[in-house]
Design a binder for this molecule. Structure first.
Ligand code: CAA
Length: 273
């Protein structure tokens, strides 16, 4: 997100919780920028370097959110998916941020209104949901709660368009549009595997070659993170226990508890006859 905003000319402050994570994030941004530069400035080493340097200079790193918040127009939070920690963050910065500053969350699965509830700026609060890899994926979901003002919504949309994203609007519902469809789809692929109906490789191949998806559902679950996928489902299941689409799979639970991260490459997960 920082990279994409800086590439579009915005001055960005990238805030991490500690210097190790900040360094890591900056390294990843540099790698990704070099990838973009190679395409944009093919056979032009000087052009590539200039692009990477210029964009990198627009991203200032910090580990102190409170000191950076005073000069921001837009805050995009992308921290851990934990409502308590998000509340702590937003309540700590609400009174320090300028009155006009818009707060947005990049949450994948939590309610924007619930996150905003601890602030005094519910009218200047919304969702800006990006997709990985952010420099490549064209979509931005803009989420408005019942309290998000028209002015805030328009500003979020203008921002999204200014960074080259195709913006869609959604109400503050679980998973918004993409994850509401994608997470149950990935979970159903795990159920297919759980029943032994097809191998992991064949499920992925089927959806790539039969439905034109760039990644199969199990590959995608690995890419999103098995722990993240499981965490989203578990949270929704606790909140909406009667919704069958949000049921947690025992196989997913087992793999996550064993620390496994690659379901699509799991050799033991093959067809049972
Ligand atoms: N930074 C910059 N550029 C990148 C990049 C990155 N991190 N990752 C990939 N790219 C670029 C590559 O340079 C390449 O560019 P060219 O085609 O112009 O050469 C292009 O993207 C394709 O990359 P690759 O050739 O390496 O690999 P690929 O063709 O297999 O594509 C992919 C990789 C873009 C990830 C593709 O597999 C894909 O679209 N997968 C689906 C991703 C998806 O569904 N994302 C949403 C996940 S859900 C989510 O994010 C929300 C949530 O809340 C959980």
């Amino acid at each position: 997100m920082s990279q994409v905003a800086a590439t579009s000319g915005y001055n960005v402050t990238l805030v991490e919780v500690n210097s190790g994570l900040l360094e890591n994030a900056q390294k990843n941004i540099k790698k990704s920028l070099e990838r973009v530069a190679k395409k944009q400035f093919k056979d032009n080493d000087a052009g590539q370097k200039k692009f990477v340097d210029e964009v990198s200079q627009r991203i200032i790193g910090s580990v102190d959110v409170k000191s950076t918040i005073k000069s921001t127009d837009l805050v995009i939070e992308a921290i851990i998916e934990n409502i308590k920690i998000k509340h702590e963050l937003f309540s700590s910065i609400d009174s320090l941020a300028p009155a006009h500053t818009i707060f947005a969350s990049n949450t994948s699965s939590l309610s924007i209104a619930e996150i905003a509830s601890v602030t005094q700026r519910k009218d200047r609060f919304g969702g800006l949901h990006f997709f990985n890899p952010v420099p490549v994926m064209k979509l931005l979901e803009i989420i408005r709660t019942a309290d998000t003002s028209e002015q805030t919504y328009n500003a979020m949309k203008s921002f999204g368009e200014s960074i080259g994203k195709a913006c869609i609007t959604c109400k503050d519902t679980p998973g918004f549009v993409v994850n509401r469809l994608l997470v149950p789809y990935m979970a159903e692929a795990v159920r297919l595997l759980e029943r032994g109906d097809a191998s992991a490789r064949d499920i992925d191949t089927a959806m790539k070659l039969g439905a034109g998806y760039p990644m199969g559902p199990l590959e995608l679950a690995d890419y999103v993170g098995l722990d993240t996928t499981h965490h989203i489902l578990k949270g929704w299941n606790e909140k909406f226990p009667d919704e069958p689409l949000f049921k947690v799979n025992p196989m997913l639970e087992k793999l996550v508890s064993e620390g496994k991260t690659k379901m699509s490459k799991e050799g033991s997960l093959s067809v049972k006859n």
